[in-house]
Design a protein around this ligand. Structure first.
Ligand code: ADP
Ligand code: ADP
Length: 237
């Protein structure tokens, strides 16, 4: 369970990214956050794994406060949270398999991984993750030889290799064409349903949100202006 309590975020230049957010997201939910560019979607998502710090309030994950966690605890908490970005954030010249294995890096010393010494169990886990997004045949291709949609599926596999409880996806389909968009969203949805991974996705298209979400949270100027089941979401959300 993810809980926001009175969370606000003000950037150093005075821009208010989030204003007094109170939210509870339960295990296994598939939440889509919608809103125009600048509404605060990224700020909200990146607060959950503390890619950005909040200015006030607390965010707890299964009762553990991530906003005040020290670096060791933060590292542990982040292992349970897979992150997917708009631009995939893969190491382009590395193989698909190595990219997915990097999802496991938090578990090992950097020295070991620098030499490519991954335990057999991790390689199996990574290949399994690639299988779950139907892309295991690309394991030994270079990441930059893949199409955008395939690269995004690799980044989903990288998140899965962490064996996360939570997946955060920040505009995961914004760089993709409509067909590939559906494939990536279908993957996220299937994984959510099969594995019960709490999934929070930022989107700027309400139609796509309606198709996939069980719950929609609408943001406007850093405030929650809608929070409810998909049937109740209007275009105003
Ligand atoms: P988004 O797709 O989330 O709208 P942006 O293009 O607005 O992303 O932001 C890209 C990067 O620029 C992000 O790292 C964001 O934190 C930063 N950024 C966005 N708005 C501002 C701003 N007004 N001042 C400084 N940095 C900003
Ligand atoms: P969204 O993801 O919905 O596009 P963001 O969370 O990126 O919205 O941005 C929310 C607000 O915070 C916007 O006004 C944006 O310009 C501002 N912002 C984002 N990142 C920064 C930053 N690094 N510095 C200053 N302002 C920022």
């Amino acid at each position: 369970m993810i809980e926001f309590k009175d969370v606000s975020k003000e950037y150093p230049n005075g821009t208010k990214g989030l204003k007094n957010i109170n939210l509870t997201i339960n295990q296994g939910e598939f939440v889509v956050i919608v809103g125009l560019s600048g509404a605060g979607k990224s700020t909200l998502l990146r607060s959950i794994n503390r890619l950005n710090d909040v200015s006030s309030g607390t965010i707890t994950i299964d009762g553990q406060n991530i906003t005040t966690a020290n670096s060791l605890k933060l590292r542990k908490m982040r292992l349970g949270i897979g992150m997917i970005f708009q631009n995939f954030n893969l190491v382009r010249r590395s193989t698909v398999l190595r990219n997915v294995l990097s999802g496991r890096v938090g578990y090992h010393s950097t020295l070991r991984t620098a030499f490519g010494l991954f335990p057999k169990k991790d390689v199996e886990l990574a290949l399994n993750a690639l299988g779950r997004v139907n892309i295991v045949d690309k394991a030994y291709h270079r990441a930059d030889q893949l199409s955008g949609g395939q690269q995004q599926r690799v980044s989903i596999a990288r998140a899965l290799a962490q064996e996360p409880k939570i997946i955060l996806a920040d505009e995961p389909v914004a760089s993709l064409d409509p067909l590939t968009t559906e494939q990536v969203m279908d993957d996220l949805k299937r994984i959510n349903e099969n594995d019960g991974i709490t999934t929070i996705v930022n989107l700027h298209f309400i139609d796509l949100a309606r198709k996939y979400a069980t719950r929609i949270i609408g943001l406007r100027q850093g405030e929650v202006v809608f929070d409810g089941p998909v049937e109740e979401a209007t275009d105003e959300a």
